[in-house]
Design a binder for this molecule. Structure first.
Ligand code: GTP
Ligand code: IMP
Ligand code: MG
Length: 333
């Protein structure tokens, strides 16, 4: 399918980075574009024994021929971006829409000093909320105003829509998750923008009629970092016993862990307009399934879980991730 959007179905950190990296290396898109809030996101991509933690550039870096774009809706922290371009050797591949709003030092300071943001919401402290507020007030600087970004500036919607016109594949990576959407999440314990597929499409300049597939990523054990309600949360000790403890990519905070929430998954799949589900972390349900690449290898417990996910959401599970590494996946498309 020519245009594919990948979004998070729970509270973020569902494994979008891994799924996007797999789709990029398997489907060979001409363009991989990033929508979403900004460098508050942390996507982990594991290839062999190499692990990449990406905050600004799309997880499509693993497929070398792909052009890597950052959509106008995304907030850019120039220091984070330049660091990633340099450390992963991405010069020449990365394009930033000239309209991206810029995170300045004062936004980061405000995010960290404001006690509501820091303690009540538990933000990532990356300046995203204050920068989006300035954008709404029309005070934010844009990428075009920054000298050090000059060489990256482009028109992302033009590049993407031309690529689609030519029949080539465009893969779009969302960030965060449904439960922390400004519109549909657990307000006020949310991020500073909507996180659903419609917003991600708008971020990169794809009209609704041009979206072919929406992949909603759910993890078998949902997690949440920061404050806010989490209906299916389990005790820390239980998570430790199950050996499923996780830490945040950006802040290093311990992630709260919960069990499958079918009601939330159904609502999230509906608003995202899911055409398929990617289910990650099934190896955490049954350690014997780690690294499986065929459905037949899965245990009855995991097969039943997949059936439950499909029953709860009414959407087919087409990708099943069985471990963090890129090749640990079952592709049923
Ligand atoms: P945000 O955009 O910040 O929401 O992040 P994300 O959705 O890209 O997820 P992130 O990489 O922050 O967290 C997912 C974690 O789970 C990472 O450590 C991945 O390496 C890991 N992971 C991804 N898929 C699987 C899987 O199938 N099994 C296991 N055990 N770990 C996985
Ligand atoms: P902010 O986006 O930094 O303002 O943080 C607002 C809330 O969203 C906090 O609860 C954060 O922990 C959460 N959040 C923001 N980005 C991510 C993410 O990429 N993964 C998981 N949680 C996130
Ligand atoms: Mg993350």
């Amino acid at each position: 399918m020519p245009s594919i959007i990948v979004v998070g179905g729970f509270f973020g950190d569902e494994g979008k980075g891994k799924i996007v990296a797999y789709l990029a290396s398997h489907d060979k898109p001409r363009v991989v574009a990033r929508g979403g809030v900004g460098p508050n996101a942390g996507h982990t991509v594991v290839v062999g024994d190499k692990e990449y933690a990406l905050r600004m550039v799309p997880s499509g870096i693993v497929y070398e021929p792909a052009r890597l774009l950052i959509g106008a809706g995304v907030l850019v922290d120039p220091a984070v971006l330049l660091h990633e371009v340099q450390s992963f050797g991405l010069k020449g591949r990365v394009g930033i829409d000239w309209r991206c709003a810029i995170i300045e030092d004062r936004h980061i300071e405000e995010d960290r000093k404001d006690s509501e943001l820091r303690y009540k919401i538990g933000t990532t402290g990356t300046g995203c909320g204050p920068a989006n507020a300035d954008r709404a007030l029309r005070k934010a600087k844009q990428a075009k105003d920054r000298e050090e970004l000059k060489e990256f500036l482009c028109d992302v919607p033009l590049e993407i829509n031309r690529t689609l016109d030519q029949g080539d594949i465009v893969l779009v990576e969302g960030t965060q998750g449904f439960g922390i959407s400004l519109l549909y999440g657990t307000y006020p314990f949310v991020t500073s923008k909507d996180t659903t597929a419609s917003q991600i499409a708008a971020d990169v300049g794809i009209g609704p009629t041009r979206v072919d597939d929406v992949v909603v990523v759910f993890k078998a054990f949902p997690t949440r970092v920061g404050e806010g309600p989490f209906n299916t949360q389990i005790e820390d000790q239980e998570a430790e016993k199950l050996d499923i403890v996780e830490y945040g990519t950006v802040t290093g905070r311990k992630r709260r862990i919960g069990t499958w929430d079918g009601k939330m998954a159904a609502y999230s799949a509906m608003i995202n307009g899911a055409t398929m589900i990617a289910l990650s972390g099934v190896d955490k349900l049954d350690h014997s399934c780690r690294g499986a690449t065929t459905y037949e290898e899965l245990s009855p417990k995991v097969k039943d879980f997949v059936a439950m996910v499909e029953h709860d959401t009414g959407v087919a599970v087409k990708l099943i991730s069985t471990g963090p590494e890129l090749s640990e996946i079952i592709d049923l498309r």
